[in-house]
Write a protein that binds this ligand. Sequence first.
Ligand SMILES: Cc1cc2nc3c(=O)[nH]c(=O)nc-3n(C[C@H](O)[C@H](O)[C@H](O)COP(=O)(O)O)c2cc1C
Length: 331
Amino acid sequence: MSDLTTRYMGLTLKSPLVASASPLCESAENIVKLEDQGVAAVVLPSLFEEQLVLESLRVDADLERGSDSFPESLNFLPDLHTYNLGPDGYLELIRSAKARVSIPVIASLNGVTSGGWIEYAKLMQDAGADAIELNIYSIATDPMQSGDTVEKGYLDLVSRIKKGVRVPVAVKLSPFFSAPANFSKRLCEAGADGLVLFNRFYQPDFDIEDREVVPSLVLSRPEELLLRLHWVAILYGHVDADLGVTGGVHSAQDVVKCIMAGAKVACMTSALLRNGAQHAGRVVTALNNWLDEHEYASVAEMCGSMSYNAVPDPTAYERGNYMKVLGSYTL
Ligand SMILES: Cc1cc2nc3c(=O)[nH]c(=O)nc-3n(C[C@H](O)[C@H](O)[C@H](O)COP(=O)(O)O)c2cc1C
């Protein structure tokens, strides 16, 4: 039997399979089921900056001011007091999950600006969270806002969160940066202990008959893994953080690919939502079998074996590969 353990941000996980943030991790009962099926850590659904800002204004008994400070956005938002359990329910979930499982429980914050709301990371830590995952979901829609400004804002956010907690902090990143390798390196300098590649963005469709925007949540497909593998393979060995993959991890083979690219963890949501928690059990068994059959003694031995680390000029290599791929198509 191979050694499936992996070290992620200083935490020892019994395998690389992590359940990423989703409603599946919204109750202690489900988290127990995921642990029973071999999931090695869970990420709780995110608490949003907007929820925490509103909560702190409520505590000040000044809800009016709260509405004024983001009057338009309040109309767009769901019920902030109960969304993903609300701030108090969230801390309670951390406590009850920690009381019932032995796997690490990672709390998730979703925000963009460096306001007082980030102090909530410490409350998550004090409630027992083993790490914090920061999901920076923001679409830079303002034509006056430069990439540099956006990036500086994120770096400031990460360093301020890091200063407030002693548990490790991972950043769940978007693929849409002009220089992702440089930005990843600077996130690590700002204190990120882990980088999770990549966020999946909400991509509304159009109903062309009724001329309406149709919100849709489409679960991922395994092909989405390729973008993540590519970037993990590029970053491996060049950033001072543990790498994780989220997006398109559906099978044990996908987990093997993530590890070979250089990830310490492979996070799964869509496949678990589609097939139930038992799917995790099947994936862990198949992963073990795969390693045995291919005579790998451990996951660690495989890590980064398909990364770009040994490629002297990755940019030239990328251009060469691009030309080869285009040339490989025969009419
Ligand atoms: C229903 C649903 C809810 C999600 N909620 C969150 C969330 O609260 N915070 C977060 O960072 N990601 C959230 N995600 C994104 C997942 O954690 C994951 O990154 C994404 O689904 C890609 O992984 P997958 O291909 O395994 O599904 C959610 C995804 C789904 C499908």
